[in-house]
Every structure is written in structure tokens, then in C-alpha cells.
Design a protein around this ligand. Structure first.
Ligand SMILES: *[C@@H]1O[C@H](CO)[C@@H](O)[C@H](O)[C@H]1NC(C)=O
Ligand SMILES: *[C@@H]1O[C@H](CO)[C@@H](O)[C@H](O)[C@H]1NC(C)=O
Ligand SMILES: *[C@@H]1O[C@H](CO)[C@@H](O)[C@H](O)[C@H]1NC(C)=O
Ligand SMILES: [Zn+2]
Length: 454
């Protein structure tokens, strides 16, 4: 205790100063903790639950796309594609935000615009990407008005990857005996990859018409959903193909193929006014490997037109066998794309079951021209409607072209008895599913959606 009673004034002063500093430091720490927690909360709120339209997984319903003008220029030497899109929108509710889908595309900075249809430009305050929901958001300075039509547009660029999604590249050996690799550009948009090829309202209910232009190197042939309206030569070996306007359709049914394939053709339809072509690698066509698919397609088309009493509404149908594809086949309207091992049939060499496989694929995809394309489930949860009906129609279609296979009787053994154990197991689920994102959609495409619905 001696030491305490013995303190000098100087000591006392020092202790006072230390106390002041300590209190000050404490206050500073307290303030910074409070500020930090506020900032932290703000970031959290912004990324996890704000009520801005881009935080919701589905597109707002304030704007409806009506028409697209789309030009794409894939380069099969450096595997980059460039494009321009203009979309006419109809405003259903006043809004300042225009949301659409984009994935893995670079938008050209100064190319984004908004204007009134046949009218003046409107100022865009800002545009930004919200990758979590694969959105591109345009913010208009003034609100868009109900009942008016507007046009948005932009230029963009993407990579032709070998990932079999969106607009992708495939390849094959043109000559098996020496290295002669050829490339092709092909699309697979279902269910949610059109947004990887061009900015769009990528939901099945958002139907619109499309004016497509494909710019390609002259050694390739380009195919779209519709026939070519006009073709012109652009500089240095580039050809520009303009296609007729499509019917109203969802983005997932749009398709493009740019390849140096050849084809065999025929006419079909009850009125004989639909041109049908089956395309594949040149040597496969020469070897007669597309002949069987062509003959099935021609007969199934007539059978469906007679059965459904609704004409196939397009003037042509192309069916293309591609070497790389993520799904066995895809029912793009007017441009069916199939994996080549589901389409090619080598006379005298392929086993007989291969014929059945080809016939089933063709009958299934052609059935979608009515069930899925003419009428479309509004959302992916209703996929069983189109898949179940196409599976059912395909049984009838195969039976019509080849009655000796007894497709209708064998359906019970091959489909029904296969699906009953699945349906009684833990794997079963209601046909109508709740779907919000890409992961859920993959779940919908299972055996139950195809076979139980039937
Ligand atoms: C897109 O932008 C990224 C980042 O700047 C770049 O690495 C990529 O090459 C671009 N892709 C295309 C196709 O322009
Ligand atoms: C494939 O290449 C070989 C060797 O170069 C050649 O003799 C043959 O004619 C080629 N076949 C075709 C179909 O081009
Ligand atoms: C084919 O002809 C029929 C009967 O004239 C017509 O109803 C149908 O629209 C035509 N189809 C096409 C694609 O022109
Ligand atoms: Zn299907």
C-alpha cells in the first residue's frame, strides 16, 4: 500500500490520460461495430430477399414480347458468334424496368437502346446484369405506358462452345481414313438455353414471332425454322440468309443449324404441300442412311394430319442428324434436330431394332409439332402434358407406318409395366411439379412425365 499513498501528480495525470484514451478507443470500436453491422445487413438484404423485380426467379408480367428481329453470325474458324436483336414489347402495366434473360453473352456497351415503336428514343438510366437469375435489366428514365408498344435492342457476342447448350459447335470426321475434321454450329435451346444465344424473354408462355437472319461462311448451308426468303452474298465469302417470319412460338423451339451436310427430300402432307428433308453428313446420305427416317417422316406426317384434323402449319420440315447432342432429339418447329445415332439406319447392316428406334423418335418429334408447338404448356411444371401426349401419339404413329410391330399391344409391356414399379416407389411424384429454376426443370424430364402421363 505504500506505493499508492506515495503517488506524484505526474503519475495521476498520466493515469487520467490513459483513461481518456481508453474510453475514446472504446467509443470508436463501438461505433464501428454498429456501422459494420448496418452495412453488413444492407448487403445481406440486397442479395437475399429484396423485392426488386430481378430478385424474383420469374419474369415480371408487365411486358409481353411480340416480335423479334434477330441476326446471328457464327464464325466456324474462331468459334465466336456475334448478333443483333431487336424486340418489340407490348406494355401491360406501367413499369420502368425491362427484364429479360441473358446467360454467358457479352452485351456491347453502347448498343443498348429503348424507343417507342415508330417513335422517339427513350432515355435509359442504366442497364445491368443480375447473373443469379440470368437477367439483363434495363432501367428507363420514364415509366413505360400501358397499351403502348416499345422496341429494345442491342448487339452481343458469345462463344460457340462444345458444351451442347444454347448455340454450340459440333464436329465430325468427314473422312475416316485421314484427319479431316469438320465443324458445325447447332442449337439446343430447350429448356432454358435460348438466353445463351441471344437476349430474350426465355419462358415458354412468352410466345412471339421471329424474323431470323443467319450470316455464315459460304462453304456451309444454314437452316432455320422457316424457309429462306432471300439470300445475298456479303463480303469475303460470307452469305446472308433471311428467313420467313415464324408463327407465334416460344423461344425454346427456335433453332439453327450451320453445317456442310447434304440431304434427301420428299413431299408430304395430306395436300402434298409440305417439303420434307433429312440432313446428315455427306457420306451418310450417300450411303442411304437417312432413307428410312425420310420414309417414316413422310408417312407419319400424313397419318397425324388425318388423325388430328389439323394441317401441319409450316411449308417445310427439316430433320437433321448431328454428331453431338445432349438429348436424343428435339422438336424445334420446322427443324427437328436429332442425335445421329437415333436417326441413321444403315440398310443391310443396322439391326432391326434400330428401325423401331428411328421410327419412334420420328413419330415422337413429329407429334410435338401439334402437342407442344401448336399448343404449349405455359410453364415447365406442365411438361408431362406435351411429353405424355407425344409419347401416346408416337405409339399410334409407329403402328400406322409398321403394323407388324404391334406397337399398341407392346406398349403395355414396354411402357406401362416399366413405369408402374417406378410410380409405386419413392421415386414417384405428382405429374404437375413446382418448378422455379434450371435444376428443377431437369427433374421434370423423367420417365414419369413421358410414360405415366400416357
Ligand atoms: C466476353 O468477355 C469476357 C471478359 O471480358 C472475355 O474474357 C470473353 O472472351 C468475351 N467473350 C466473347 C465471346 O467476346
Ligand atoms: C478419304 O481419304 C483418302 C486418303 O486421303 C482418299 O483416298 C479417299 O478418297 C477419301 N474418301 C472420301 C470419301 O473423301
Ligand atoms: C396446304 O394446302 C392446304 C389446302 O389447300 C392448306 O390449307 C394449307 O395451309 C397448305 N399448307 C401450307 C403450309 O401451305
Ligand atoms: Zn418429347
Amino acid at each position: 500500500m505504500e506505493m499508492h499513498t506515495d503517488k506524484s501528480d505526474r503519475d495521476r495525470n498520466t493515469r487520467k490520460k490513459v483513461a481518456y484514451v481508453a474510453v475514446l478507443v472504446l467509443i470508436i470500436i463501438l461505433i464501428s461495430v454498429i456501422v459494420a453491422s448496418l452495412v453488413h445487413r444492407k448487403i445481406l438484404a440486397d442479395s437475399s430477399g429484396g423485392d426488386a423485380p430481378w430478385h424474383r426467379p420469374r419474369l415480371p408480367t408487365s411486358l409481353a414480347p411480340q416480335h423479334y428481329r434477330l441476326e446471328l453470325k457464327p464464325n466456324l474458324e474462331d468459334f465466336v458468334f456475334t448478333g443483333t436483336v431487336e424486340i418489340t414489347l407490348y406494355c401491360l402495366e406501367p413499369t420502368r424496368y425491362i427484364l429479360l434473360h441473358v446467360n454467358l453473352l457479352n452485351i456491347t456497351a453502347n448498343s443498348v437502346f429503348l424507343k417507342k415503336l415508330r417513335g422517339e428514343s427513350l432515355t435509359l438510366e442504366d442497364w445491368f446484369l443480375y447473373p443469379k437469375n440470368e437477367f439483363l435489366v434495363l432501367k428507363s428514365k420514364k415509366s413505360l405506358e400501358t397499351g403502348r408498344r416499345y422496341v429494345i435492342g442491342m448487339k452481343f457476342q458469345g462463344d460457340l462452345l462444345g458444351d451442347m447448350r444454347g448455340f454450340y459447335r459440333g464436329f465430325y470426321a468427314a473422312n475416316a481414313t485421314h484427319n479431316d475434321r469438320r465443324y458445325l454450329a447447332v442449337s439446343q435451346f430447350a429448356p432454358m438455353d435460348a438466353r445463351k444465344a441471344f437476349p430474350c424473354f426465355d419462358e415458354p408462355v412468352m410466345k412471339a414471332t421471329f424474323d431470323v437472319t443467319l450470316v455464315h461462311q459460304s462453304e456451309y448451308t444454314a437452316l432455320g425454322n422457316m424457309p429462306i426468303r432471300q439470300s445475298e452474298v456479303r463480303s469475303e465469302g460470307w452469305v446472308v440468309d433471311h428467313y420467313y417470319t415464324t408463327l407465334r412460338m416460344p423461344t425454346y423451339l427456335l433453332a439453327f443449324v450451320i453445317a456442310d451436310f447434304s440431304y434427301k427430300e420428299d413431299v408430304t402432307g395430306v395436300h402434298g404441300n409440305v417439303t420434307i428433308r433429312v440432313w446428315a453428313r455427306r457420306n451418310a446420305v450417300t450411303a442411304g442412311e437417312v432413307d428410312y427416317a425420310l420414309s417414316v417422316a413422310r408417312r407419319v406426317m400424313v397419318y397425324y394430319e388425318n388423325s388430328f384434323k389439323i394441317s401441319y402449319p409450316l411449308p417445310k420440315l427439316d430433320i437433321v442428324a448431328v454428331p453431338q447432342m445432349r438429348v436424343p432429339a428435339m422438336e424445334n418447329w420446322g427443324l427437328v434436330v436429332s442425335h445421329e445415332n437415333r436417326l441413321l439406319y444403315t440398310p443391310k447392316l443396322s439391326p432391326v431394332w434400330k428401325k423401331e428406334e428411328v421410327a419412334s423418335m420420328i413419330a415422337h418429334e413429329l407429334a410435338h409439332m401439334w402437342f407442344g408447338n401448336l399448343v404449349t404448356p405455359v410453364w415447365w411444371g406442365g411438361v408431362w402434358l406435351k411429353e405424355g401426349l407425344a409419347t401416346w401419339a408416337a405409339v399410334m404413329g409407329v403402328d400406322a407406318v409398321q403394323p407388324t410391330w404391334r406397337a399398341k399391344e407392346r406398349y403395355f409391356a414396354q411402357s406401362l409395366h416399366q413405369i408402374l414399379p417406378v410410380d409405386s416407389s419413392k421415386l414417384s411424384h405428382p405429374l404437375q411439379l413446382t418448378v422455379t429454376g434450371q435444376e428443377d426443370v431437369t427433374r421434370v424430364y423423367d420417365q414419369l412425365s413421358y410414360k405415366k402421363a400416357l
